[in-house]
Design a protein around this ligand. Sequence first.
Ligand SMILES: [Zn+2]
Length: 167
Amino acid sequence: MIQCAHCGRTTDKGASYSFYYGKRLRKKTEWTGEDRFTTTHYLDIAGSDSAFICDDCVKRQILRQSLPGVVGWLLIALIPLYLAGVSYNREGVTVWSIAFFALAIFIVLMLIREQTGIRMSSQPVQYTPNVEEAGQQLALNRRKVEFNQLGYDTLLTYREYNHMKRK
Ligand SMILES: [Zn+2]
């Protein structure tokens, strides 16, 4: 049993998530032609550390990150709902009004299924890149103050680190 660094609960359902820490040395802004400037940040990566995060916290983090997508799909569901209304007003209950209405219900049901699937599942989380990223984000958020006090102003997830290195 380990204590979750995010919520403080003691559980064995979770994982240790790593992140990188370092210092921002300087930034250089240069004219790269074609009407634009490019700013390069120079980082001194000092090492990596980790924190234990429970599965529940990781699931909640993923749900939070997926919220803009949920809102988008609800707006998309309004389109067939609107078309069903237009069709019903014009000709009453027809195949078209029923089909559009069914499509709107279908989108909402799929959305509920996907969201509750993540929330309700008692299975341990599957370690996909998204789960890794969410866990690492929580881990480094928890340790940020501690590392800032040590003089490290930059904390990165693996994805962010790899993104940096490629540039
Ligand atoms: Zn937790």
